[in-house]
Design a protein around this ligand. Structure first.
Ligand SMILES: Cc1cc2nc3c(=O)[nH]c(=O)nc-3n(C[C@H](O)[C@H](O)[C@H](O)COP(=O)(O)OP(=O)(O)OC[C@H]3O[C@@H](n4cnc5c(N)ncnc54)[C@H](O)[C@@H]3O)c2cc1C
Length: 556
């Protein structure tokens, strides 16, 4: 018999996730944790078992667009894959959006929701994408305070009944600009007492949604972002026909191939204003804050899935006389990934906690400022971390990692979207600078880091605390010296430095707690390793060098 390698397998994705369980043990009161643990255990079992097997079997199925019926009617029907149909049923039934609005556990409801979403996401081929937008739409409608739209849409967006449940799209990007949405060309016209939208949306994921929030420029409004208004659109009319919305084609994408990302023409689509005839970018911001948080949690979740598979494989694959897990260098490679994942997890869930506190009316001004500042930071940093981690995960399988029917390449391809949509790394780095201005500088972050590090006693953690504080001070002095182009050119490394400093501070805080309460040195090891990877990226920034190295079109 020739040699046959046993494939990697997954166990219960909750009970085997030491970092998540340890985090929840600290972050949640005991009664809340005990109350949600059965759901987490069941979701962990599903995600590592039946749903994972379904995902592997469903690998080749993709959404299919049918534009015409047999008789020449334009129907624009999109059939999603069997896995996605099941994912929708599970997501509604488990309340993956609803939990945040039912608020059974008060300020901890967001942690409850996102812990479940974290377990669910990697086995659903990013069904988290429509869920994120659905959650974001509910939040944006509630914040806009439009009674009629809240009554019509929010009960459906937050329903636990799969027959009632609606998802929402978020149609912002146009061919003219995804980052610079001020270039939006879609026009809103008053016709017969209502609004009609005319234009082309260039990337619309969740194109099977029943509704969407979108930006358009009411005729006569000025150019730029200020002149855009936020509109509510239902995608089908009462007879189930497309509501003057044409699906031109589905995108042929590197990854997220289960996500039906479409190009749409709005050909007089009936729409309703959400909140006034201008300030659409401002009014859609609550939606973006929610979707960016989902993005950060999805990044941690995909990274964790990759490492869980790599770990299992390392115990099975033998090279040079021993399983890879026993090879010091292979083990060291995986250890570095574990440290980065733990940092990402703590940052993403810190933002989740802040969001939950704010929504439950339990956040003071400082915490609101922190949320404003750390939402873009968490999205941009975790988005970059996950791509790096999953690239290493693929390599850790050798050639098998590059072969499609192992189901592994999918992880990396899907992860690559996380730094792009919901604001690219650069765009969110500039957003971080704006957020800093809005919250009055770094003082609030420094105070929070001080609080996190106050109880640290373990000598290595004391040293790590000094590293965090030094990195923030260096970033701050770079910020106060940088002007104009130099400020913009350094924004990404600055934002990453803040993010890495907060991740390390959270790791140190948790490590001290875990040493005392759990008698565990696992997070301590993660903090040490993460610190060794480095925090401060602002050293030696030189805008002239950047310009020289970036080159121009005449320079290959
Ligand atoms: C799979 C997928 C699904 C998507 N789904 C949706 C969706 O449902 N709804 C939706 O609205 N959009 C969606 N998008 C679009 C996505 O949000 C945009 O692609 C993204 O915001 C970037 O916009 P762009 O493609 O126009 O790139 P551009 O804005 O042209 O950016 C190109 C590059 O320039 C950089 N850049 C831009 N401005 C600056 C600056 N000032 N300084 C430095 N660098 C800058 C960017 O970081 C980027 O690297 C989706 C995209 C993908 C890939």
């Amino acid at each position: 018999m020739p040699f046959v390698q046993s494939p990697p397998e997954l166990g219960n994705q909750y009970t085997s996730d030491r970092a998540l369980r340890s985090y929840l043990a600290r972050a949640l009161p005991a009664d809340v944790r005990a109350g949600i643990e059965p759901e987490l255990t069941a979701m962990g079992e599903l995600a590592g078992g039946e749903l994972y097997r379904f995902q592997l079997a469903d690998r080749r199925n993709e959404p299919v667009l049918t534009q015409w019926d047999a008789w020449g009617n334009r129907v624009d029907r999109i059939e999603v894959s069997p896995l996605w149909r099941e994912a929708e049923r599970i997501a509604a039934g488990q309340g993956l959006v609803a939990i945040a609005y039912e608020r059974r556990h008060g300020q901890y409801s967001r942690v409850h929701q996102f812990a479940l979403a974290y377990l669910f996401t990697p086995s659903s081929d990013l069904y988290s994408c429509p869920l994120a937008m659905t959650d974001g739409a509910a939040r944006a409608l509630i914040e806009a305070g439009n009674r009629a739209l809240i009554e019509r849409a929010v009960p459906r967006l937050t329903s636990r009944d799969p027959r009632e449940f609606w998802t929402s799209g978020q149609w912002m990007t146009e061919a003219s600009g995804g980052s610079d949405v001020g270039l939006t060309e879609t026009v809103a016209r008053r016709e017969n007492g209502g609004w009609r939208l005319y234009g082309r949306k260039w990337f619309t994921s969740a194109s099977t949604s029943q509704m969407a929030l979108t930006l358009a420029r009411p005729e006569g409004n000025p150019a730029g972002g200020k002149g855009l208004a936020l509109f509510y659109v239902e995608t089908r009319d009462a007879q189930g026909r497309p509501n003057r919305i044409l699906v031109n084609r589905l995108k042929d994408k590197l990854g997220t191939r289960k996500v039906p990302t479409a190009e749409l023409t709005l050909d007089g689509a009936p729409a309703e204003l959400v909140a006034g005839t201008a300030d659409g970018v401002k009014n859609i911001a609550p939606m973006l804050n929610v979707t960016r948080t989902w993005n950060a949690v999805a990044a941690c979740a995909l990274a964790r899935r990759g490492l869980a598979l790599a770990r299992d494989y390392a115990g099975k694959r033998v090279a040079f006389g021993a399983p890879l897990a026993e090879k010091p260098l292979h083990a060291d490679t995986l250890a570095g990934l574990e440290a980065e994942i733990q940092g990402a997890l703590h940052l993403a869930f810190f933002v989740v906690e802040l969001m939950g506190r704010e929504e439950a009316g339990r956040a003071g001004a400082e915490q609101k400022s922190l949320l404003r500042l750390l939402t873009p930071v968490a999205k941009l940093l975790t988005g970059r971390q996950v791509v790096h981690i999953l690239s290493e995960v693929i390599e850790s399988f050798g050639g098998a990692g590059y072969v499609e029917d192992t189901g592994l390449p999918l992880l990396l391809r899907d992860a690559q979207v996380l730094p792009i949509w919901e604001g690219t790394t650069n765009v969110l780095s500039l957003e971080t600078l704006r957020a800093l201005e809005a919250v009055g500088g770094l003082a609030v972050l420094k105070r929070e880091i001080g609080i996190l590090l106050r109880g640290v006693r373990e000598p290595d953690l004391v040293r790590i605390s000094a590293q965090v504080e030094r990195a923030v001070e260096q970033a701050e002095s770079w910020l106060s010296a940088a002007k104009g182009d130099a400020l913009e050119a350094g924004a990404r490394r600055f934002a990453m430095t803040l993010g890495r400093a907060v991740e390390l501070a959270l790791l140190a805080h948790h490590a001290q707690w875990s040493l005392e309460e759990e008698k565990e040195r696992h997070t301590l090891a993660a903090a040490r390793r993460f610190g060794a990877h480095g925090v401060n990226l602002t050293a030696d920034m030189n805008a002239d060098d950047s310009r020289r190295l970036a080159g121009d079109r005449s320079n290959g």
